[in-house]
Design a binder for this molecule. Structure first.
Ligand code: DOR
Length: 422
């Protein structure tokens, strides 16, 4: 199928038409019989790429499936998502990775790229089948025990050495379990003391970030820091990048806009790991995203069924959904970020980190026909009950966000039209 996307402002700059079909983008030449998609007044970006999505299939299909997560992703403007390994069973074998990849293809709305576990069963001790997962049809290149930290330095070193052989990357959930403590459920500070909630100190994250950049330097392998949440971690990353250490980092939309002060009502919607931090950390994260110290925005979309989330704060599951709102949150948190910078942090760089050469690169001729068309001026009030996700743990419910995803095109096909699944 061919498509002419007319009148969009390309990366927020000059206005032009885009000609696409399932083989990619063209310039200046409408394929005969092409359908027209009116994008007058909209901004065109390459399809978004999410480095950090939790789909709950297999195992917790009551919270999310590959299909519903793909639908939520398409509605959020994504054309590729990386599916984290903490499913049940864990994605720690070539078979498990291939199954997730196949489910993604069957859903057909975005490219679903499985993340492989670093250690067997996320147990932190024995390396998973890293090479076999890489060589499988799924072609896994990103490995993570996300939800848990690869806390044993020796295991982390071996994993980095192993993935280096095929250009893989380890995405670390940086959190020293000894410093964090088993009961921690929010940021450790004056407020956690007042609320009587056990807290995580920022240092529990920062010591692992510091250790891992040194392991990255030692092994010459690639380290990626998932969901950076503190100013101290930013400082370490800035130092590491100045030393040309091969480290990349992501920040979530919620850590760019929400602060720990929201916990005063003990609402478990705001319970997330790593926790929401004070405003000074949020400010440091925004600055780091602007100046490139943090490379990418990744959602950490973490759907949870009501019966896991609607509990007293200390007992509720960690996590919040985020695929459908991420672009609006980024626009709201950083209105000064140019559209080409938005494309850089939400599409181009995440695609590069994940080694997704066929995804999210640019709007230039020859690129894959993955495009998102955004109304830059729209103001949207989020309603969790209209979400495609199966879960309702949505911290943005009732909030106003800037900009709206109007159309999404994946491999030349319209997946979202006028803000609804096509
Ligand atoms: O809040 C979180 N939820 N953080 C994680 O690292 C894991 C995730 C989940 O799987 O629910």
């Amino acid at each position: 199928m061919s498509l002419v996307i007319t009148g969009a402002s390309l990366l927020g700059e000059k206005t032009g038409d885009l000609y696409v079909d399932d083989s990619g983008m063209f310039v200046d030449e409408a394929p005969s019989g092409a359908e027209t998609l009116d994008a007058d007044g909209l901004v065109a970006l390459p399809g978004l790429v999410d480095l950090h999505t939790h789909l709950r299939e297999p195992g917790r299909e009551d919270a999310e499936t590959v299909l519903t997560g793909s639908q939520a992703a398409a509605l959020g403007g994504y054309t590729a998502i990386l599916a984290m390994a903490n499913t049940s069973p864990v994605t720690d074998t070539a078979e498990a990775a291939t199954r997730v990849w196949e489910l993604g293809r069957e859903a057909g709305l975005v490219h679903v790229q499985p993340v492989g576990a670093v250690t067997r069963g996320l147990g932190g001790e024995e390396l998973a089948e890293l090479g076999l997962m890489h060589r499988s049809r799924a072609g896994v290149t990103v490995f993570s025990d996300d939800g848990k930290c690869v806390h044993d330095a020796r295991v982390m070193r071996r994993a980095l050495e192993y993935v280096k052989a095929f250009g893989g990357v380890v995405s670390q959930h940086s959190q020293d379990p000894a410093l964090a403590g088993p009961a921690a459920c929010c940021h450790e500070g004056e407020l956690s003391g007042r609320l009587g909630l056990p807290g995580w100190p920022g240092i529990a994250e920062e010591v692992i970030v510091a250790r891992d950049v040194m392991l990255g330097r030692h092994t010459g392998s690639r380290v990626h820091v998932a969901h950076v949440s503190t100013a101290g971690s930013v400082e370490v990353l800035r130092w590491a990048k100045a030393q040309s250490i091969d480290v990349t980092a992501e920040v979530t939309p919620h850590h760019l806009l929400l602060t720990t002060d929201l916990l005063t009502g003990y609402d478990p919607t705001y319970k997330v790991n790593p926790p929401l931090r004070p405003q000074e950390d949020v400010d440091a994260l925004r600055e780091a995203l602007r100046d490139g110290t943090i490379d990418a925005v990744a959602t950490d979309h973490a759907p949870h069924a009501r019966h896991d989330k609607e509990h007293a704060f200390v007992d509720a599951a960690f996590g919040m959904v985020g695929l459908e709102t991420s672009l609006g949150v980024v626009r709201t948190a950083l209105p000064d970020l140019s559209w080409s910078d938005v494309a850089r942090v939400m599409s181009v760089t995440p695609a590069r980190i994940a080694g997704l050469t066929g995804q999210g690169q640019s709007l230039a001729p020859g690129s894959p026909a993955n495009v998102v068309l955004v109304d830059p001026d729209a103001s949207v009030t989020v309603d969790r009950d209209t979400s495609a996700s199966l879960s309702r743990n949505n911290p943005w419910h009732g909030r106003g966000l800037t900009s709206r995803v109007v159309h999404t095109v994946y491999v030349g096909r319209v997946t979202v039209r006028d803000g609804a699944l096509a």
